[in-house]
Design a protein around this ligand. Structure first.
Ligand SMILES: O=C(O)CCC(=O)C(=O)O
Ligand SMILES: [Fe+2]
Length: 228
């Protein structure tokens, strides 16, 4: 399993980043987008700079109350899990994020409630995912601006799969700048795999991402209706 993934490792990133272009087909992308936009309006949460759908339950320190993941997402949870992404476990949680051109997500850590692997399928448009050292992690008196905490970026093309593990997931923050255009520099470490050149500028459209993860601590409700 790991052997199959090995060819997709991003060598210029700290360990461990896999970037798989065209992980899904255009038909699958279209179907997924259709399903995302067919979901009930109440499934969306509006945040500043993006909209969000949560599937599988709300992760909680005491355990996640498991909710059903619909088949259209379950297929991808299974497909990614069978790559060995979650050390033999199966993904049970999906966040759907929608970003309009110019929107983004502040640098953050995903926190301890998830297995330390995140997998992301991008739909509709690209994004530049930026990585930062946490505040306070550098010696000396240099001001801790976002700029000098910045480490590298990854270009996520539509239909690609990104897998982040280990150091990259645990020690760095990740975010997406809220802007409409992305100039590509050599700080984007997966340009060849993403079939792009430094110096190019990509214009953003609406991107929908599926963030697929495994939440180890769950509570399964035993609701047995109509029985003693
Ligand atoms: O849209 C993305 O690729 C990133 C989403 C993310 O970081 C999150 O939901 O925690
Ligand atoms: Fe995140």
């Amino acid at each position: 399993r790991v052997y199959e993934l090995k060819q997709f490792v991003v060598k210029d990133a700290p360990q461990t980043v896999y970037y798989i272009p065209d992980f899904i087909s255009e038909e699958e992308e279209a179907c997924l987008l259709q399903q995302v936009y067919k979901s009930p309006k109440t499934k969306w949460t509006q945040l500043s700079g993006r909209r969000l759908q949560n599937w599988g339950g709300s992760p909680h320190p005491k355990g996640m109350l498991v909710e059903n993941i619909p088949d259209w997402l379950r297929t991808y949870c299974d497909r990614i899990s069978s790559l060995g992404a979650f050390s033999g476990r199966t993904a049970n949680h999906v966040l759907v994020n929608e970003y309009k051109a110019g929107e983004g997500i502040m640098p953050h850590e995903d926190g301890p409630l998830y297995h330390p692997t995140v997998s992301t399928i991008s739909l509709g448009s690209h994004a530049l995912l930026d990585f930062y050292r946490p505040v306070g992690s550098q010696e000396g008196a240099a001001p801790q601006t976002e700029e000098n905490r910045f480490v590298f970026s990854l270009l996520l093309r539509p239909r690609s799969l990104l897998l982040l593990q280990d150091e990259t997931y645990l020690r760095l923050l990740h975010g997406i700048r809220g802007r409409g255009q992305d100039p590509l520099t050599d700080q984007v470490v997966n340009l060849p795999a993403a079939r792009a050149q430094p110096g190019e500028t990509l214009t953003r459209g609406t991107r929908v991402s599926l963030t697929i993860r495994h939440v180890p601590k769950v509570i399964k409700t035993k609701l047995v209706l109509g029985r003693k």
